[in-house]
Design a binder for this molecule. Structure first.
Ligand code: HAM
Length: 416
């Protein structure tokens, strides 16, 4: 009996070869600048106590109110698949006492995140991020450095068609002053119960409402940017100054609304031009009250999350990744039993020297094996038979030109 085929759950992102090579290249390109800036890996669980997110990310957000994968485990605990990484990092920093060691704590992470969104191009229910967090330092220079690290990652992929949106959400004082006027303004509007409930928890969320009538209504609402306290403004001015010094251009966007509630002060988003509706390839900002909210010390923090899936789509849209980068250096075609054993030894030696080497196993006839080698895209091919082993020489064929050269097996490494 043949069983029915099983499909992946709706809306997950998956990467099959050869596209998975592009995914891994992009992931590494986004991680490397963080490592070079002294950030260390934090490897965290993909599921956490649900309360971490309701408290950390905020009950008024779409992420918490309707997109979490929450279930009760066998011990009757409410568990949620992580929708984002910052809350988990805070939890771990507090739990392991890193906040009592040298500051700032600088960590990076990478992995799968889960949001039960309506799937569409660039929006998945399981997706991948590279993120960093710098905790315990309130210096505007680190804001600029965090932004520069994200920018360096996108540049390393080869992306150019994106912009950086920047704003400041101010400190508690700024937001209290703004909230007062915003609530007064909102009271003059008329909307449904669900919207009113959202506004009551966090009136800023109304700026994020995509409905046209709401956008029109909110167009005249007071902007937080105009309520920044002196210290928030001074901090933000410094951040801009450092970005200018770094040659990183930005667009001031006082209408920016992030989907998570913890942001304070410097807040940013990288937006790609060719991705349509899901154009945010990364975003982040300060979250100065989050640590205390989660039971830790009053430490400030800043970080970002970059969407690996969307960075891959952006790279494909810009056509910046040559598949060339992922092919093997050499394909060895062994003819006969003795050759197979030799091929294993030669390949082991070359791989040890960091070459990517494949062996065409399967005892195929030479013609079929050559065809397969051609298809594999390997840069060079050698055929290894009894006479080659006896003479210690092989014909090294360069696949893109067809040129061949007789090379000593021992010195293959120099030729590749
Ligand atoms: P976020 O803006 O919610 O921020 O997500 C960061 C990035 O993840 C987005 O810019 C986007 O590229 C990608 N992303 C989000 N949702 C999806 C989805 N459903 N499908 C595909 N890609 C997606 C955060 O998660 C914050 N934790 C970032 C942060 C770190 N802020 C401070 N520290």
């Amino acid at each position: 009996m043949v069983g029915k085929k099983i499909q992946a759950p709706k809306g997950v992102s998956e990467y099959m070869p050869p596209r998975s090579d592009v995914f891994e290249f992009v992931r590494q390109a986004l991680i490397d600048p963080a490592r070079r800036a002294g950030y260390s890996l934090m490897e965290l669980p993909v599921f956490e106590d649900t309360e971490l997110f309701t408290r950390g990310v905020g009950a008024s957000t779409d992420v918490v109110s309707k997109e979490m994968y929450t279930f009760t485990d066998r011990g009757d605990r409410s568990i949620t698949l992580r929708p984002e990484g910052t809350a988990g990092v805070m939890r771990a920093v507090i739990e392991h006492g890193l906040d009592r060691g040298p500051l700032p704590v600088k960590v990076w992470y990478s992995g799968a995140f889960f949001r039960a969104e309506r799937p569409q191009a660039g929006r998945y229910r399981q997706f991948y991020q590279v993120g960093i967090e710098a905790i315990g330092l309130d210096d505007p220079a680190i804001d600029a450095e965090v932004i520069a690290i994200a920018d360096a990652g996108f540049k390393a992929i080869g992306l150019t068609k994106y912009r950086l949106d920047l704003t400041s959400l101010g400190d508690a004082e700024s937001r209290a002053a703004h909230r007062k006027d915003l609530v007064t303004y909102i009271a003059t509007l008329d909307f449904d119960e669900a919207t009113a409930a959202r506004a009551a928890i966090n009136p800023l969320r109304l700026f994020d409402d995509k409905r046209e009538e709401m956008q029109t209504a909110m167009a005249k609402a007071p902007l937080l940017m105009d309520y920044l306290s002196d210290s928030s403004r001074a901090h933000f001015d410094q951040v801009k100054k450092y970005l200018d010094a770094l040659g990183i251009s930005y667009v001031l966007n006082p209408h920016m609304v992030r989907g998570l509630d913890y942001y304070t002060g410097t807040t940013f988003e990288f937006v790609h031009e060719l991705l349509g509706a899901q154009s945010g390839i990364g975003g982040g900002g300060r979250y100065d009250g989050l640590m205390a909210e989660l039971g830790g010390q009053e430490l400030s923090g800043i970080g970002f999350g970059l969407g690996i899936d969307r960075a891959v789509l952006a790279a494909e849209a810009e056509g910046v990744i040559a598949s060339q980068e992922f092919v093997s250096d050499l394909m060895i075609i062994p003819l006969g039993e003795l050759a197979k054993e030799q091929a294993l030894k030669i390949a082991a030696r070359l791989r040890h020297a960091n070459k990517t080497v494949e062996i065409a196993f399967g005892d195929r006839a030479l013609k079929g094996a050559m065809k397969a080698a051609d298809k594999s895209g390997a840069r060079y091919v050698v055929v290894l038979g009894d006479s080659e082993i006896a003479s210690g020489h092989v014909e090294l064929k360069q696949m893109n030109t067809g040129a061949t050269a007789s090379v000593r097996i021992d010195s293959l490494i120099n030729e590749l």
